[in-house]
Design a protein around this ligand. Sequence first.
Ligand SMILES: NC(=O)c1ccc[n+]([C@@H]2O[C@H](COP(=O)([O-])OP(=O)(O)OC[C@H]3O[C@@H](n4cnc5c(N)ncnc54)[C@H](OP(=O)(O)O)[C@@H]3O)[C@@H](O)[C@H]2O)c1
Length: 377
Amino acid sequence: MKYRTFKKTGQEVSLLGFGTMRLPVMANDSNKIEEEKAIQMIRNAIDKGINYVDTAYMYHNGESEVVVGKALKDGYREKVLLADKMPAWMAKDESDIERIFNEQLERLDVDCIDMYLVHNVTSPIWKKVEEFNVINFLEKKKAEGKIKHIGFSFHDELSLFKKVIDSYPWDFCQIQLNYMDINFQAGIEGLKYAGKKEIPVIIMEPLKGGKLTDSLPPSVEKFWDSSEIKRTPAEWALRFVADFPEVLTILSGMHTMEQVNENIRIISKADAKSLTENEHQIIRKVSEEYNKLIKYSCTACKYCLPCPQKIDIPTIIKFYNEWFLYDGSKKTRADFKTWIPPKRVPSTCIACKACEDHCPQHLPISEIMKKASDIFE
Ligand SMILES: NC(=O)c1ccc[n+]([C@@H]2O[C@H](COP(=O)([O-])OP(=O)(O)OC[C@H]3O[C@@H](n4cnc5c(N)ncnc54)[C@H](OP(=O)(O)O)[C@@H]3O)[C@@H](O)[C@H]2O)c1
């Protein structure tokens, strides 16, 4: 494992962190984590040198915090920096902030959270953070020893990112970054901006939620096959983000033991500024291939759910994109029929746009539902 120094404390942080938003689940039900398997995966990762574990109040409908808490029993808690987040948008008033925080300590069964983030900062959520004095609350918890470091995770435009960075002496921040999103949200400019202010950056979605590794479009697959440097798509993507010295740790939401082991192997070889110009060029070309095909850049974070019509929005957007990635393949239509029940097809969307307020990617979801309906129904 490679480590980078958290300058504030001198602690060595593993360059690969464990994101627990995509733990293995039973029968495709994201509320039912395969607990034993997930605990084995987290402990195996820690045994092999990972010392940063990230969870959140809403992951797996609260079950991620519970399972992480169980995984960190038997001496594992002391070996890691534990990260959790305040979902200010779920609070109705200031007292709710305290209730949620206490619930998190209870679910995790810990006295202290090392890395605590204001979750999913977007323009409306930032307003709520200010309205509910969330930062004051976090400072109080820091003074009480219940939080060690205060940060924020971000999903909005670069201008807001800079404003938020400048608004407080953050201990760290977290942004989405992968080779397809270099100019999206905070992007590389945001990364460098934080770096200049000596604010360490945690990376989320380095594999774009698995889209850079799963179901590759033929043109991209052909490109990788013909590349003179042989690496898995996961290796290319993780090496890309590891190359930035501003990055403290890279969170991957691994959901199998094989992925944990592969990502540890990859990161064990990754140094900052180690990619050659030729390697950067290869990545740029792949990104161009993708950009020719992708219609809507959904990361399946599921912030759009629950839909009042119970539409599985991320899955429908995935099928919609696949329709273009695979050139209108019959397989995509068959998959749509298998996975989307007739009562939950995209034409049942009432365009209330509740989902659009929560989508970190700001996708025009109701418009996409219409387009998906035109294709698949
Ligand atoms: N704070 C926020 O606002 C926020 C938002 C998003 C994420 N996060 C955090 O950041 C973490 C990382 O984001 P992410 O989960 O989107 O990470 P990611 O690494 O981009 O995506 C994880 C997915 O990538 C695939 N994968 C991982 N390793 C692989 C490998 N070696 N080979 C092939 N495929 C591989 C798996 O997809 P398959 O399932 O298809 O196999 C896995 O589910 C999350 O888990 C969460 O803790 C925070």
